[in-house]
Ligand binder design. Structure first.
Ligand SMILES: [Zn+2]
Length: 167
């Protein structure tokens, strides 16, 4: 049997097909307001007048009640680690050194967590309920990358009863 014949019978298990898509994204009013605030070192949320939830980033309409949300207001840049994962595997184009922590941070007085990094501590010390605060870049821009990461404050952890409804 020739080399060509034996190759033909092998199953194809991998193909490389580079694809590129160029598109423009229109942020819309709510996201634009949020990003402009971030560029000033502020985080915006807003409250649903019906269910009273505070969303971060601010939304135009409550996803639960389908009613217009209230006016955006600044929320604290501190809160708790709601859930998290320790990333141990370096993936394509990854710029962070592994291991690192990616977490859902529930800012104080809000009801929707923000996904961000937790640093300035050992990854094994991160825990649910840990108090954290944003560390901002010196040069701000309309991007969540203006927040470098969240760091532990050293305050006592929040009790599970105070955040279990968000899990
Ligand atoms: Zn609502």
């Amino acid at each position: 049997m020739s080399e060509a014949q034996s190759t033909e019978k092998k199953p194809v298990t991998y193909i490389n097909t580079p694809v590129a898509v160029k598109y423009d994204y229109t942020a819309g009013k709510a996201t634009s307001d949020f990003m402009r605030a971030v560029a000033q070192g502020k985080i915006l949320g807003n409250r649903c007048p019906q269910c009273n939830r505070v969303y971060v980033p601010n939304f135009l309409v409550c996803v639960q009640c389908a009613v217009p949300m209230g006016e955006p207001f600044e929320v604290p840049d501190s809160g708790i680690v709601l859930t998290f994962c320790i990333v141990n595997i370096k993936f394509y184009d990854q710029v962070l050194e592994v291991p690192y922590v990616s977490a859902y941070v529930l800012l104080d007085g809000t009801d929707l967590p923000l996904m961000h990094l937790v640093q300035e501590c050992n990854v094994n010390d991160v825990r649910m309920g840990m108090r954290v605060k944003a560390v901002w870049k010196e040069e701000l821009s309309p991007s969540l990358e203006s927040i470098r990461y969240f760091k532990p404050t050293g305050e006592p952890d929040a009790a599970l009863e105070t955040f279990k409804e968000y899990l």
